[in-house]
Design a binder for this molecule. Structure first.
Ligand code: NDP
Length: 444
């Protein structure tokens, strides 16, 4: 059996009941196979793939907090410090009821390659909890965040591990987490990113993942003789990534006609009104039915179905495995020629294979959504020099980074004879740098 297959079997056997983690590992191992095969003996001797697929440290902790009725609640807390070969662990915190250790491991594993692709010195990590901020009062969210930080603070630091936001963790949660960190440690330091502008946050960090996705998409389209201007885009999600992808898509001349949340989705033939969407989601924290009330021309559909929309380009920006084989076939049948991932692993393996087999363009999230973490690293730089850069400075660096990522991914795919396969290109380019650093640092 080849070394790659052996390692995949080992991962499945040693991490039972973690299908998302298996899926992420399977995709990476399958695409870096040509690199491993070139030097299989050496990689096997050094157990490089076993080390790469085993987190350096996994933290599991209890998070007790008191709700508004005086009832004690208990949630699970996680931080997986996956790989620090090229820099301190970096990756978001996810608060969502579906979060398990397997979810955090899949996200942390993906983060290793994403962070490597940014060209910045950041390792891979991820954390979170099965806590659901939805429907909780601000006081309950604060109580939870403070309790979460009471344990997490001892494991993080500006040169050790720097968490950020993800699903369910936005500016409000980062504020509460940071306040508690500072209170316990008495240190005002860059231990979290996505901070508010009044206490060390970076301009353009809020927009960075969505804007970065569109910068990457633009570069990919141009390299393939196409132009984003005038294209119809279907976006899923209505959170941080989706909102700013929609905004930047519109700024570059596309017509973005959909968005979705976990209850339903909106089709707005006149183009999604970002101001209305922000008010509904960021201010009122309401459902998309409220968008429909404010935009009578739009159509609200209950449940799933956003990928039945006729579009040129699809941008899944909600969550993992939200675009399956059926969806991919429907998109293709309706004339869609490109899928650019904003979320982490939103496309199933079968759907990805189908999309690629149909000659459609496909960008994996670990490349096209890397703008968020890249800008987090820029926030760390600003904190270290105690300066704040202008919006334009950060945005132009983000644009440059996303164009560089596309170029590196494209080059790596070509070099290994897989031109246009940006999944392979991203995994190979991300892997080579991390593997090189791991080799140089010996068996640790
Ligand atoms: P948000 O919490 O801001 O928004 C998530 C959106 O997706 C919401 O509209 C939410 O609906 C919807 N959603 C979440 N879970 C599900 C589900 N199980 N089924 C259907 N819809 C769901 O998160 P972000 O926008 O920050 O993150 C979106 C994706 O992008 C995630 O995969 C995340 O890992 C990835 N990402 C985020 C980065 C960032 O900087 N924020 C950076 C890189 C990647 P509802 O409102 O009903 O909950």
């Amino acid at each position: 059996m080849s070394y790659v297959d052996e390692v995949y079997e080992r991962v499945v056997a040693q991490n039972p009941a973690q299908p998302e983690f298996h899926q992420a590992v399977k995709e990476v191992l399958a695409t870096i196979r040509p690199v491993i095969d070139e030097n299989e003996e050496e990689f096997r001797r050094d157990a490089l793939l076993e080390r790469l697929t085993t987190p350096e440290r996994q933290l599991l902790f209890r998070v007790p907090w008191i709700d508004d009725k005086g009832q004690v609640q208990v949630n699970n807390g996680y931080r997986v410090q996956f790989n620090s070969a090229i820099g301190p662990y970096k990756g978001g915190l996810r608060f969502h009821p579906t979060v398990t250790l397997g979810t955090i491991k899949f996200l942390g594993f993906e983060q290793i390659f994403k962070n490597s692709l940014t060209g910045l010195p950041i390792g891979g990590g991820k954390g979170g909890s099965d806590f659901d901020p939805k429907g909780k009062s601000d006081r309950e969210v604060m109580a939870f965040c403070q309790s979460f930080m009471n344990e997490l603070f001892r494991h993080i630091g500006p040169n050790t591990d720097v968490p950020a936001g993800d699903i369910g963790v936005g500016g409000r949660e980062i504020g509460f987490l940071y306040g508690q960190y500072k209170r316990i440690t008495d240190r005002y330091e860059s231990v979290l990113t996505g901070k508010g502008l009044s206490y060390g946050g970076s301009l353009a960090r809020t927009q960075a993942t969505g804007y970065g996705l569109i910068y990457f998409l633009d570069a990919m389209l141009k390299a393939n003789g196409k132009d984003i201007k005038g294209q119809t885009i279907a976006v899923s999600g209505a959170g941080n990534v989706a909102i700013y992808a929609i905004q930047k898509g519109q700024q570059l001349g596309a017509n973005v006609v959909t968005c979705s949340d976990s209850s339903g989705w909106i089709y707005d033939p006149d183009g999604i009104d970002v101001d209305v969407l922000r008010e509904v989601k960021e201010v009122n924290r309401a459902r998309l039915t409220q968008y429909k009330e404010k935009r009578p021309n739009s159509v609200y559909h209950e449940g799933k179905g956003v990928w039945t929309t006729k579009c040129d380009i699809a941008c899944p920006c909600a969550t993992q495995n939200e675009l399956n084989l059926e969806d991919a076939k429907t998109l293709k049948a309706n004339g869609c020629y490109c899928v650019a991932e904003g979320a982490n692993m939103p496309t199933t393996l079968e759907a990805t294979e189908y999309i690629q087999s149909q000659g459609m363009l496909f960008s994996p999230g670990k490349a096209s959504n890397a703008g968020g973490v890249a800008t987090s690293a820029l926030e760390m730089s600003q904190n270290a020099e105690r300066l704040s850069w202008t919006f334009e400075e950060v945005d132009s660096q983000l644009n440059r980074i996303m164009n560089n990522i596309f170029k590196n991914v494209d080059d790596a795919a070509r070099k290994y004879g897989m031109e246009g396969n940006y999944v392979a290109g991203a995994n190979i380019a991300g892997f080579l740098k991390v593997a090189d650093a791991m080799k140089a640092q010996g068996i640790v």
